[in-house]
Design a protein around this ligand. Structure first.
Ligand code: CTP
Length: 456
């Protein structure tokens, strides 16, 4: 109370002490704009309802400097490059939604803002994935309600307002250009929320794995042995494969899989395209479902995967994805593939709106026991040549479903594969080498200075 003028009337001081005893007021005075604080004090002295007591005010409304949406709704924006989309991007989108749900909002609309190719090129160097593919991937993420395309790099208050958003959300690695923070304005306005940046995974890291041919990311032997040895081998953070994170990715409310193509038929509203036709999240029971089984590698989750899963979803109402182990993949493809370990690949799959569940370290061959245990009605595979490779002489993995007449070969017509992505990187290897140096030192600085942030 030292800020109180010494000649303030004792009744005013007394009343304001009562105001400051309230936790909502303490939070508002810690983060709010001066005008917002003055408004709050004036309301209190005049006996008017406080911002957090007004009908429809969500729990964060008092902090926002914004009129809350009626009925406890909030609309939030998370922007990104979403280049080589990985578990860190998915976890940021997941946490953005979870943070506001945990704060008590009934409905959270998440707008994912995708930076333009030009904006990325000017900040980081050329993106590996072209804008249209990045947008398609973001739309396929089960936590995303709308996508705003071709955004510039900075997020001023004006952008939030244009998109009708109450808050911006970002990981705890806020970007800067020169001495300026790109989120300074929204932060000052009390309209920024921070979520935990996901350790051990980044676009830079993935490009580095491809360029250096390192195998450090792969899980060798049994899972626990693999994690410990990779933690010991490298001083770099690795994605920590906790069960709770897998559970959150699997269970946390998402729109659930879609039938047909409706997910990508976005209507346009307020500069963002709305993802239509969403269904409530499906329970993970297999009984009474037509289960579609789709085994694969799923490395560097890309539009080819999304389109394939979208087609597979039309063959049933429960998509069970089999993800082969790192060792199995490496035996078949060689070099340092897969570029993402099983845990990283599983998190990307679980974020996809067409996926209901993931079978970790899926067996190479589809057996009768699997078909029965998982209640599988149909098995689908793609048109890439991966399945034709028979290095280990283990025979046709689809012999049984072929005999039973439940095998479907699906052709997406999409030419994007992990090898095409690798080719894109090799094509611009000199530019990426420069980008790597800059980004790696930024990431090292982040790791050196990072503090604990709870995961939402
Ligand atoms: N993000 C995260 N964890 C990561 C990588 C990104 O939480 N490992 C978050 C960022 O903090 C941001 C969002 O994902 O809120 C989109 O980030 P983007 O701009 O695409 O990525 P970068 O932060 O540059 O990271 P990367 O190099 O991996 O693309």
């Amino acid at each position: 109370m030292s800020l109180m003028p010494s000649n303030a009337h004792p009744h005013v001081v007394q009343a304001l002490l009562g105001l400051f005893a309230q936790p909502q007021a303490q939070a508002l005075f810690a983060e709010g704009l001066p005008e917002r604080c003055a408004d709050c004090a004036a309301r209190f002295l005049c006996g008017l309802p406080m911002p957090w007591e007004e009908a429809g005010a969500g729990p964060l409304a008092a902090l926002s400097g914004q009129q809350p949406c009626a009925g406890g709704r909030v609309r939030i924006l998370l922007t990104g490059c979403f280049d080589l989309m990985h578990a860190g991007h998915y976890n940021a989108l997941r946490q953005a939604k979870a943070t506001f749900r945990q704060a008590g909002y009934d409905e959270v609309q998440l707008v994912a803002g995708v930076h333009s190719d030009v904006a990325i090129a000017s900040q980081k160097g050329p993106p590996v994935t072209p804008h249209a593919e990045r947008v398609e991937l973001v739309k396929a993420c089960k936590w995303v309600d709308e996508v705003a395309e071709d955004l510039p790099y900075a997020v001023p208050v004006r952008l939030l307002d244009d998109l009708g958003c109450d808050f911006a959300v970002h990981g705890d690695d806020l970007p800067r250009i020169g001495s300026g923070g790109l989120f300074d304005e929204v932060q000052k306005a009390g309209r920024l929320r921070i979520v935990k940046r996901t350790e051990g995974t980044s676009t830079t890291d993935l490009i580095g794995r491809l360029m250096s041919m390192s195998k450090e990311h792969q899980i060798k032997g049994v899972a626990s042995e693999g994690l410990v040895s990779s933690l010991e081998r490298t001083a770099k953070p690795v994605l920590l494969p906790t069960i709770s994170r897998l559970v959150e990715f699997h269970e946390q409310l998402g729109p659930g899989p879609l039938n047909g193509d409706r997910a990508l038929d976005g209507a346009h509203r307020d500069g963002a395209s709305v993802i239509e036709g969403r269904q409530p999240s499906a329970p993970s029971r297999l009984a009474g479902r037509r289960v579609v089984y789709v085994p694969g590698v799923w490395d560097l989750f890309h539009v080819g995967h999304v389109r394939f899963l979208q087609l597979a979803a039309r063959h049933g109402d429960f998509v069970l994805v089999g993800a082969l182990s790192d060792a199995d993949v490496n035996r078949r493809i060689g070099r340092n593939y897969p570029l993402q370990n099983l845990h990283e690949r599983a998190l990307s799959l679980l974020s996809c709106r067409y996926v209901n569940d993931v079978l970790l370290s899926a067996p190479w061959k589809v057996s009768q026991d699997m078909l029965t245990t998982m209640n599988i009605s149909v098995v689908c595979h793609g048109s890439t040549d991966f399945w034709d490779i028979d290095l280990a002489n283990q025979g046709d993995p689809f012999e049984l479903p072929r005999q039973l007449g439940i095998l479907q070969r699906l052709d997406t017509g999409c030419e994007v594969t992990v090898h095409l992505i690798a080719h894109r990187i090799w094509l611009h290897s000199e530019e990426y080498a420069i980008r790597q140096q800059k980004k790696e030192s930024e990431e090292k600085r982040y790791v050196a200075n990072k503090a604990f942030v709870d995961e939402a």
